[in-house]
Ligand binder design. Structure first.
Ligand code: EPZ
Length: 423
């Protein structure tokens, strides 16, 4: 199994191109099930999770051409020959639940394995199910699967989400595009990935208004057609690499990054004495002084500070001047990186959903491992500035969501390589 070895202490200088957004692409791909015509996604990222979604759509009868050099993902669902998303695939990737809405909307039939728990929290899917029930689906939970059907087409409804769940918003939005009548979704998630999905669905002929706000209105249409859509840039990958020079020093330009999508991070970085400047091609990040300032940050739904950047921000705060406080409000168990960072010399005190981080002068390299994607990359970031070697194992988490990390950071001068743990 591969690991990543980092010998810390090198400043970073150079440019990093931001890839297409994993979480946008994972929501867009199942939308191809809504039409018999092909959906073509450009700027798709080259990631393990995208391959898993390709495998899942293939198992349902869709044809997905392998991701080309040009990063084009062409999906044709002229036929859906199977309506079951099996446990074997769903347990690998929770986003598999996003085929539920499109399958139901298209054929009134879907059997999708329940994803189960996850390293970062319980992550139930009750809101997805309640939303689809409100649209007229009949659901039965049996043998670890959701068995869903509808007599005829789904029916538009007024749905109030108790929390603005990203996945529930995506499932309800896709299902409602082919429902009879109007759907109003209140307290909808406002993430850029939702906006991207709505734009793609609109290009396919859907009638949607209000994406990016808490109230989305969908007028169901008879059929949708094929389209070509460009996947937005990955704001979490962008934010992750913005934190790299803030931690290691130097100046890095993020090419193709959308500043507005990471406004909450920019605000915090500026407070911590890190400059973020616009360039012609993206944004440039540079630490102003020797050590960054301490911060108090709470994770929230978009446009608040994203939970998906909390671990990476913690890596930066480990060497900040003074005490920082991070409060995780989205997932109940998302501090698994803290004990690993402490093995590198960080001083962190976790109580429930709050972590107090007392900045130290310098971290020291150590063998570490992580239980999820963002935790893994936070350890790599910490390793960039640590004294000596950091060896991050369980790299398969990283490969789910970061494309060519070692090449991207290596091109900026980081001493980083992928090693085979056996070799
Ligand atoms: C999406 O997960 C992302 N995944 C996550 O990215 C991200 O952390 C999360 O949104 C929050 O931004 C994808 O887009 C594929 P939620 P999702 O439903 O949709 C609770 C990464 O690292 N909830 O918005 O699963 C839930 O437990 C990942 O790329 C219910 O109670 O997140 C959580 O506390 C990890 N019932 C909160 O809502 C439900 O039915 C927000 O979850 C659904 C959610």
């Amino acid at each position: 199994m591969d690991s990543i070895a980092i010998r810390g202490g090198k400043e970073l200088n150079g440019r990093i191109a931001v890839s297409g957004a994993k979480n946008a692409c994972l929501a867009l791909m199942p939308a191809a099930l809504l039409t018999e015509e092909p959906l073509t996604l450009t700027n798709a990222p080259r990631l393990a999770d995208i391959r898993t979604m390709t495998e899942l759509l293939g198992s349902l009868g869709a044809e997905v051409a392998p991701l080309s050099q040009g990063r084009v993902l062409a999906i044709g669902a002229a036929r859906v020959s199977n309506h079951t998303a099996h446990y074997d695939i769903v347990r690998k990737m929770r986003a598999s639940i996003l085929v539920l809405g499109p399958l139901l909307a298209r054929d009134g039939l879907a059997n999708v394995s329940l994803p189960g728990g996850c390293a970062i929290g319980a992550r139930p899917v009750d809101l997805h199910l309640q939303g689809l029930e409100a649209l007229g689906a009949e659901l039965e939970l049996r043998d670890g699967y959701v068995h869903a059907k509808s007599q005829g087409r789904l029916r538009g409804a007024k749905i109030d989400l108790p929390v603005p769940s990203v996945g529930a918003t995506e499932n309800i939005l896709t299902a409602a595009t082919l429902a009879r009548g109007a759907t109003v979704l209140n307290n909808a998630a406002r993430e850029p990935e939702i906006v991207d999905l709505a734009r793609c669905l609109r290009a396919m002929g859907a009638q949607i208004e209000g994406e990016g706000t808490s109230r989305i209105e969908i007028q169901g249409v008879e059929t949708l057609h094929g389209a070509t859509h460009r996947v937005i840039a990955d704001r979490i990958e962008l934010g992750t690499y913005m934190l790299a020079p803030a931690i290691a020093g130097g100046e890095v330009e993020l090419v193709g990054g959308d500043r507005a999508s990471v406004a909450s991070l920019v605000e915090q970085l500026e407070k911590a004495d890190v400059d973020v400047d616009d360039t012609e091609d993206g944004i440039k990040v540079r630490r102003r002084n020797g050590r960054v300032g301490a911060l108090n940050v709470v994770t929230e739904p978009y446009p608040g500070f994203p939970t998906d950047l909390q671990a990476q921000l913690m890596a930066m705060l480990c060497t900040a001047q003074g005490q920082s406080v991070l409060e995780e409000r989205i997932f109940e168990n998302r501090f698994m990186h803290a004990p690993e960072l402490m093995r590198m010399g960080a001083r962190i005190d976790v109580h429930g959903g709050t972590a107090k981080i007392q900045g130290v002068e310098r971290l020291r390299g150590a063998p570490v491992m992580a239980t999820d994607l963002r935790a893994s990359v936070s350890l790599i970031l910490a390793g960039l500035a640590a004294e000596g070697e950091t060896l991050v194992s369980r790299v398969y988490h990283l490969d789910r969501g970061y494309e060519s990390v070692e090449e991207k950071l290596g091109a900026c001068g980081a001493d980083i390589e992928r090693v085979n743990a056996g070799g």
